[in-house]
Design a protein around this ligand. Structure first.
Ligand SMILES: [Zn+2]
Length: 393
């Protein structure tokens, strides 16, 4: 592995051949210099790789990708090779920001070039080491408690890591009226809306539907779920009623520098009118192709810990399975057949919601080098009620 540091400079001024001299001045620090020139609706990206230690200058593959976070970035806009002096030129339709990727026989690195970074040196460590953090919770059952402590932890993790996603593995609601604090449907309507609104406010990225969402109540469940500003997943339920939204089988998340993460949803559901449950392992098998298209495949499941283990034993293609339903505290996360399995306990459902119940947050950390997973681990944080001091009720 080589620890080469590469500097990429994007010049605001159109590039003329003489500017190669300016680029060459970076040779002392072992860099590629990249310039971007826009004219006639075409954008020309020119650059030179200089003094790349251990890396030949010729025949490096240089690719340019669009960098919109929502856009698939596995297809380059254009690709070329460096010449014997390490020079390259790519012309493409105007499209900013850009990701510029350099690939040699020692792996590849990418850097994001945005308009507001004009002229500023950007560093690219080659090969690129990326840490993806998947925060997750499950089975809250109307108990989204200790929100201040949760928010503080969320802010801390988001400030410590660049690529953080927040996922929910189902059962945010309580289906059973006997377990409500108030037996009237208005209670369910208010609580379910509130759960989704809180999740929106914290910026959840995805949720897999749990049986307490799929075992819906009239139009109250869909009214709450439709407020979600994040996709709802499940690859193994088919909805034939308009009282529930049809979940997506999977969703692809993108980091700001173009790494893609495919997340497949799988749920326990009890067959009822309008909801058909298909075998989760059979359905999951149909989506394993996602692992060929994306460096990370995550199962976001509401199946229970035992089924998550079966899923991992049967289909070792998953990098990570984040689960729910069985309320299992998996701390630290375990590895089965090469698959990291995580779950962050669960709160309530057997009895009415109560603000003193703990709130759990799982944190799965995946480290990739040149888009290959090299490390993965998981832990669970617990937030509890403040300790009552003597004299307080
Ligand atoms: Zn459940």
């Amino acid at each position: 592995m080589i620890g080469l540091r590469i500097k990429i400079v994007r010049h605001a001024i159109p590039v003329v051949p003489s500017r190669w001299l300016a680029c060459a001045s970076f040779a002392a620090v072992a860099c590629i210099a990249v310039s971007v020139c826009t004219a006639d609706d075409r954008q020309t990206v020119t650059g030179v790789v200089a003094d790349a230690e251990g890396l030949g200058l010729a025949d490096l593959t240089v690719s340019v990708f669009p960098a919109e976070p929502a856009a698939p970035t596995n297809q380059p806009l254009a690709t070329t090779s460096s010449d014997a002096q390490g020079r390259f030129t790519i012309s493409l339709p105007t499209e900013t920001p850009l990701l510029v990727e350099l690939q040699g026989d020692r792996g590849r690195g990418r850097v994001r070039v945005t308009p507001d970074e004009l002229g500023q040196p950007l560093e690219l460590v080659y090969p690129v080491r990326t840490t993806v953090v998947l925060l997750h919770d499950n089975d809250m059952h109307f108990n989204f408690n200790h929100r201040e402590a949760f928010a503080a932890k969320l802010e801390q993790v988001r400030s410590e890591h660049e690529h953080v996603f927040l996922l929910n593995a189902g059962d945010i609601f309580v289906r059973v009226p006997e377990r409500w604090n108030d037996p009237r449907p208005e209670y369910y309507a208010q609580q379910s809306r509130q759960m989704v609104d809180i999740m929106n406010s914290f910026g959840y990225d995805l949720m897999t539907l749990g049986n307490h969402e799929l075992d819906y109540i009239e139009d109250l469940t869909i009214a709450a779920l439709q407020r979600a500003r994040f996709p709802l997943l499940s690859a193994n339920v088919q909805i034939t009623t308009d009282l529930l939204p049809q979940p997506k089988p999977f969703h692809v998340l993108h980091t700001s520098h173009g790494l893609s993460i495919a997340v497949l949803g799988l749920s326990i559901a009890y067959n009822r009118e309008g909801v058909q449950r298909l075998d989760p392992i059979d359905q999951a098998r149909k989506y394993l192709y996602l692992r060929e298209q994306h460096p990370l495949l995550v199962g976001l499941t509401h199946l229970g810990f035992r089924t998550d283990n079966q899923l991992a034993e049967t289909l070792g293609t998953f990098d990570v399975i984040i689960g729910g339903h069985s309320h299992t505290m998996v701390n630290p996360a375990v590895t089965v057949n090469g698959v990291l399995i995580a779950q962050a306990a669960g709160t309530g459902s057997g009895s009415p919601a109560h603000p003193d119940r703990p709130k759990y947050l799982g944190k799965v950390t995946v480290v990739l080098e040149n888009d290959q997973v090299v490390e993965k681990s998981g832990q669970v944080f617990t937030f509890t009620a403040p300790v009552q001091t003597a004299g307080e009720g």
